[in-house]
Design a protein around this ligand. Structure first.
Ligand SMILES: NC(=O)c1ccc[n+]([C@@H]2O[C@H](COP(=O)([O-])OP(=O)(O)OC[C@H]3O[C@@H](n4cnc5c(N)ncnc54)[C@H](O)[C@@H]3O)[C@@H](O)[C@H]2O)c1
Length: 441
């Protein structure tokens, strides 16, 4: 195997995982970030995101001398990398388009410093045409640009990086694309070598498909509610079909996180710009917006007994605030979106999340008082609302919770709990797409 000198720009979920994993595969990796405190912490081996196995890989990389951290892309490029990965944010910009200003500012920063024959690899999620635009901005015939989208999931980032379902690499220069694909050769994953526009589109097409699957299953769950069918049995029956599969068939309070909302919007804008009305994606997003509102209506009915009852000053306990279980990421969390709507309706919210502490700071947490203790959070609540699918919620002492709430009602927007356990503890359990239990004689 060739050992490559690699620079990774951005040390977030994607960049740090990429850097640490490539170092574990034997490459020499230098990671850069603009956040000086973060660079100092990482240099000491301190990882401040919740990702299983990542801290160990970072420590191993540092100890082996294969992983270092520097401030700023320019400093990383002075080490003459053969390959430079861009792993910087591409947030939702004005009108829903992907905001490429950070990608472009990094290109501007390194343009004249990149060594000859370096390959610039875009791992950030970027619209079709970004590789071409990057080539234009670079204006360096001796530097190639390659698209290599990342598919890791937060919460299992290291595992996903080292066990990918596929590697996608696209670029106009075949040898550069092959050089990038070779970095992953040890992983033995199927590799799609293509042109840059196709590689760029794979990422959006995949994420939009996943969002569409979730919106679809949420709509089917709503139909189950209306028709008295059981969504768990319906999705199990669907999922055995290999063409469908069991993954992404769990209903919930709506999809969110740092990727799906911005990527569906960006895809819609991409289609609009190509004069194509992508109705499926528009409907996917609208269904999701409605799903969050629907969760509020479920809570309203459960707590007040009326479709138009008031939630004003009603104390509600929210279990789970992160965008999914297994991560501490709050960006675009559906739990926080539902919390904001409940707060707008006047409810008083106390939240508990295994990944957060009472003093966790986040702008979207302003509507929720965070507690370190689930029993404290539930004290005097008029309902417990399960919003994130943390498995540990199943093993809470639901009897004890029933004793501390004001009303023993649990609205389980993830169908996470065993309804029988909740009911035995004295709770009225309300899920999504679940028929009400038959009345007992
Ligand atoms: N998070 C995911 O699950 C995931 C999965 C696949 C793809 N992606 C894509 O990867 C990209 C990065 O996402 P992320 O979640 O890792 O973001 P992140 O916010 O976790 O990390 C981005 C990092 O880049 C740093 N940064 C910002 N500007 C910089 C600059 N000019 N120079 C150097 N560093 C800079 C930030 O300080 C931060 O540490 C996005 O395009 C995202 O859509 C994310």
């Amino acid at each position: 195997m060739f050992v490559r000198r690699i620079a990774v720009i951005g040390t977030g979920y994607v960049g740090l995982t990429t850097g640490a994993c490539l170092a574990s595969l034997g490459h020499d990796v230098i990671c850069a970030d603009v956040d000086a405190d973060k660079v100092a912490r990482l240099t000491r081996g301190e990882v401040d995101i919740l990702e299983p196995g990542l801290a160990d890989l970072v420590a191993e990389g540092i100890a082996a001398g294969r992983l270092t951290f520097v401030l700023g892309a320019a400093s990383a490029v002075r080490h003459e990398p053969e390959v430079m990965f861009l792993c910087v944010p591409t947030p939702m910009g004005v009108g829903g388009v992907a905001d490429l200003s950070i990608v472009e500012s990094v290109i501007e920063e390194v343009r004249e410093l990149l060594p000859a024959d370096c390959v610039v690899v875009n791992k950030s999620t970027v619209p079709v045409g970004t590789a071409d635009r990057t080539e234009e901005l670079l204006d360096r015939a001796d530097v190639a640009v390659v698209s290599n989208p990342e598919f890791l999931r937060e919460g299992s980032a290291v595992y996903d990086f080292l066990n990918p379902d596929r590697i996608v690499v696209g670029g106009s220069k075949q040898d550069a694309a092959e050089r990038v694909a070779a970095l992953y050769a040890k992983l033995g994953a199927p590799t799609v070598l293509t042109d840059a526009p196709s590689a760029e589109l794979v990422k959006y097409a995949a994420n939009c498909f996943l969002a569409m699957k979730l919106s679809y299953v949420n709509a089917v769950a709503e139909l189950c509610d209306r028709l008295g069918a059981n969504i768990t049995d319906v999705t199990e029956g669907m999922g055995y079909d290999k063409r469908i599969g069991q993954a992404f068939l769990q209903p919930g309070p709506g999809w969110g996180g740092s990727c799906l909302p911005k990527d569906t919007s960006a895809m819609l804008q991409l289609a609009d710009a190509a004069d194509f009305e992508f109705r499926l994606i528009r409907a996917t997003i609208e269904t999701n917006t409605r799903q969050r509102q629907r969760m509020v209506e479920k809570v309203r009915l459960a707590v007040t007994g009326k479709r138009n009852g008031s939630l004003s000053r009603r104390r509600l306990a929210l279990f789970g605030l992160t965008f999914k279980a297994g991560t501490d990421d709050l960006r675009d969390s559906p739990a926080l979106a539902v919390a904001a709507l409940l707060r707008q309706a006047g409810a008083d919210l106390v939240g508990y999340d295994p990944a957060l502490r009472q003093d966790t700071q986040h702008p979207d947490l302003s509507s929720v008082t965070v507690s370190d203790d689930p029993y404290q959070a539930a004290k005097d609540a008029e309902a417990v609302i399960v919003l994130t699918e943390w498995p540990e919620f199943r093993s809470l002492d639901w009897q004890r919770l029933a004793e501390s709430v004001r009303n023993p009602i649990v609205v389980d927007t993830r169908n996470l709990l065993d309804p029988a356990v909740a009911r035995r503890a004295g709770f009225e359990w309300i899920g999504l797409g679940k028929p009400l239990p038959a009345p007992t004689a």
